[in-house]
Design a protein around this ligand. Structure first.
Ligand code: NAI
Ligand code: MN
Ligand code: ZN
Length: 339
């Protein structure tokens, strides 16, 4: 089988590898399509502190079960599945409180172990979620990115009367916007970014108002329109954003962050406590795949809108380069596998 291997930072090869045998409790998936995510590029470029090399990247993938390890129901052979990349121990403190996404021995498929940019990939059977026939292959590949939005929204508990502000209109911001609007019915969604083409995508995905914060001072623009956000999501993840979000938030607002920068930022107690703000963080997803699958079945979210490009596996380098360099035209780029 062919696998996309990052041998070490900046060294990508399409390698011929032996077909992996599923271990006890695992399934083997014949991959049909996979999504490119910023974190795949970070592993390629050597910017992911968790990655070990050589590594088969890819944590957003859909396919068909083609082999079952010991103890796995053989009736699952042929099942259409999407893989939750979060592999957890099941018994540590976070696992015991339903948060396997921060398991003390967390393993992320495509980061800590080999992933889905490969003709075949193995995963624990419990991580393989059946996809209903009503969800097309391409859309099923989008379940993982939407699980990130599902997870942060589960923390923030949006309501219809919220005035939401989303920083960043990349793939993460756009999935969050779709979920806020389509699932939680949030009526006012303001989105800020510094790329006009991305702000246009935000509008197509449910934003009511967009603010180019490279050209306009965001706090002043909101104040001029008497907008005080009650729910803020940082899907741009620059360290300067949290202090600004704290300053512009309404009293009693909730703020959600999802960045991994190690750079410090300065915040003060008064600005938070004075308004009794709640600040949540979100990493990956805690068993949110079933929820996202039902949202897709009910067509409350529109994954197809976010898919801008597709490449065959053979052209993975072109796909990664385009994704990395062309933020104006790219949102989600898929890799497809011919049979
Ligand atoms: P992206 O880079 O495609 O999008 C980020 C967007 O934010 C860009 O359009 C950029 O122009 C905009 N932006 C940058 N600085 C800004 C600022 N100061 N104000 C307003 N907009 C600004 O990235 P993607 O894939 O959408 O992911 C966003 C972030 O989410 C990344 O930092 C990523 O590491 C993080 N992430 C976190 C996850 C988690 O589980 N916590 C999972 C996936 C991504
Ligand atoms: Mn991803
Ligand atoms: Zn655990």
């Amino acid at each position: 089988m062919k696998s996309v291997v990052i041998q070490q930072p900046e060294q990508l090869v399409i390698e011929e590898r032996p077909l992996p045998e599923p271990q006890a409790g695992e399934v083997r998936v014949r991959v049909v399509s996979a999504g490119i995510c910023g974190s795949d590029v970070h592993i390629f470029r050597g910017h992911n502190p968790f990655a070990k090399y050589p590594r088969v990247i890819g944590h957003e993938f859909f396919g068909l079960i083609d082999a079952a390890g010991e103890g796995v129901d053989p009736a699952r052979l042929g099942e259409r599945v999407v893989i939750d990349p979060v592999v957890s121990c099941g018994h540590c403190y976070p696992c015991s409180v339903g948060r396997p996404n921060v398991c003390t021995s967390l393993q992320v498929i495509g980061v800590h172990r080999d992933g889905g940019f490969s003709e075949y990939a193995c995963a624990p059977a419990g991580n393989a979620y059946q996809v209903p026939d009503s969800i097309p292959d391409r859309e099923a590949t989008m379940i993982e990115p939407f699980s990130i939005a599902a997870n942060i929204c589960a923390q923030l508990r949006p309501t219809e009367q919220d005035v939401a502000l989303v920083y960043g209109a990349g793939p993460m911001g756009l999935t969050v916007i779709q979920v806020l609007r389509g699932v939680y019915g949030v009526k006012q969604i303001i989105v800020t970014d510094r790329i006009p083409e991305r702000l246009a995508m935000a509008q197509e995905n449910g934003a009511d108002r967009t603010i180019h914060n490279g050209e306009t001072d965001l706090a002043a623009a909101l104040q001029a329109q008497a907008i005080r956000p009650t729910l803020i999501v940082d899907a741009a993840c620059h360290p300067s954003i949290l202090p600004e979000a704290i300053a512009i938030a309404s009293p009693a607002a909730r703020i959600g962050i999802m960045g991994f920068s190690a750079e410090p930022c300065t915040i003060n107690q008064q600005a938070i406590t004075g308004k009794e703000l709640s600040i949540f963080s979100s990493r990956l997803n805690s068993v949110r795949f079933p929820q996202v699958i039902s949202w897709m079945t009910e067509q409350r979210i529109r994954p197809e809108k976010l898919i801008t490009h597709a490449f065959v596996l053979h052209h993975v380098t072109d796909a990664l380069t385009l994704f990395e360099q062309n933020q104006k035209t790219c949102c989600k780029v898929l890799l497809t596998f011919s049979d």
